[in-house]
Design a binder for this molecule. Structure first.
Ligand SMILES: Cc1ncc(COP(=O)(O)O)c(C=O)c1O
Length: 346
């Protein structure tokens, strides 16, 4: 199986540069203990630092390299999987990373992602609002321009540009190949976390183009400020426009997306009782770890739907990085977490 079946189906897209961090289809496997339930193991998308960011970064970092940038600039919460994955894979490609971070509630993965950023030599800065982060990003970019002669390659939270989302258009074609090879049935529903929206936008487009009947169940894990139907529709339209810029014969289609907000709970990364129960059940059944910000809440939604006994096979798209830390990265001492976390009253 090729890593880019989308490009095999639409060869004009094959001119898009890739960084070479996404190598092969991620496994599909049954979820033990639940009839007709399947898992797509994007946690295994890269052996050193995997998860759903790898598909986006393969294209984004490919573009940064093609533009001969020296530095990557990424936004996220303190424990951002995206910023850590950018720093780790960017370093491997010889690119610096500036990470602009918003403090967040504590969760076990936060220290690990900060440790990964530190080991990759990322330059990190904190701000208490999006506006503060953007002004820091401008100041630091100007400094890089003066030092390196190049403006950093800016990426929005989660890498969810239309180009990043193409990684998930490709993912839907990959799933179709796996269905055709008899590795799993065609799902009625695909449940996945919904945050910066690139994963859902790309999947919705890819499923429709690949001719799969699946609809997407998007479990919202951030506030409406960051993810909503209107914002998703805009990203879908922009991603379709990007596809059609390369190949005008590609129709502007997208599979139905059902946005589910009831599993979010009180705040970003703060688990509800259903989140914690779903994370435990999933670990017991599959052996894979999950997190309280994204995959745990998506799993709460998935298990709730399984309990309803809805007809037809279903698939849970697992997006969290499988390994706690990349090879050789020491854990971060808890006292170094300080300002990266939200404190009461702040
Ligand atoms: C582990 C994990 N799962 C899911 C998501 C959601 O993906 P997206 O930002 O494309 O909506 C993210 C990204 O923020 C993530 O880090």
């Amino acid at each position: 199986m090729s890593a880019y079946p989308l490009f095999d189906a639409h060869p004009r897209l094959a001119v898009l540069p890739r960084a070479g961090i996404f190598h092969e289809a991620t496994p599909v496997q049954p979820l033990p203990g639940s009839d007709g339930a399947w898992i797509k193991r994007d946690d295994l998308s890269n052996a050193e630092f995997g998860g759903n960011k790898i598909r986006k970064l393969d294209l984004l970092l490919g573009e940064a390299q093609a533009q001969r940038r020296r530095c990557l600039l990424a936004f996220g919460y303190s424990g951002s999987n995206f910023v850590a994955a950018t720093a780790w894979h960017g370093r491997r490609l010889g690119l610096d990373t500036i990470g602009l971070l918003l403090p967040q509630a504590d969760a076990p993965y936060v220290a690990d992602n900060l440790a990964t950023c530190a080991a990759a030599g990322a330059e990190l800065a904190l701000g208490n609002s999006s506006a503060a982060l953007v002004s820091q990003a401008l100041a630091r970019s100007l400094r890089r321009l003066a030092m390196q002669g190049r403006w950093p390659y800016w990426m929005p939270p989660g890498g969810s540009t239309p180009l990043g989302a193409l990684g998930f258009v490709n993912a839907a074609y990959e799933l179709r190949e796996q269905i055709e090879a008899g590795l799993c049935p065609e799902p009625e529903r695909i449940t996945v976390a919904f945050s910066s929206m690139g994963t859902v936008a790309g999947l919705a487009i890819g499923l429709a183009l690949a001719g799969l009947r699946s609809r997407v169940v998007a479990v919202q894990v951030v506030s409406e400020q960051f993810a909503s139907r209107a914002k998703l529709d805009r990203l879908i339209a922009q991603t379709q426009a990007l596809l059609r810029r390369y190949d005008p014969a590609i129709p502007a289609r997208a599979a139905p997306v059902e946005i589910r907000t009831e599993f979010y709970g009180q705040d970003y990364a703060v688990p509800t009782a259903a989140t914690s129960a779903a994370m435990q059940a999933f670990q017991n059944a599959s052996g894979a770890r999950s997190d309280s910000a994204y995959s745990g809440k998506a799993l709460a939604g998935y298990y709730a739907d399984l309990a309803l006994g809805l007809p037809g096979p279903s698939l849970y798209w697992h997006t969290f990085n499988a390994e706690r830390l990349p090879p050789g990265v020491p854990p971060l001492p808890p006292e170094r977490l300080g300002d990266y976390l939200l404190r009461a009253g702040r």
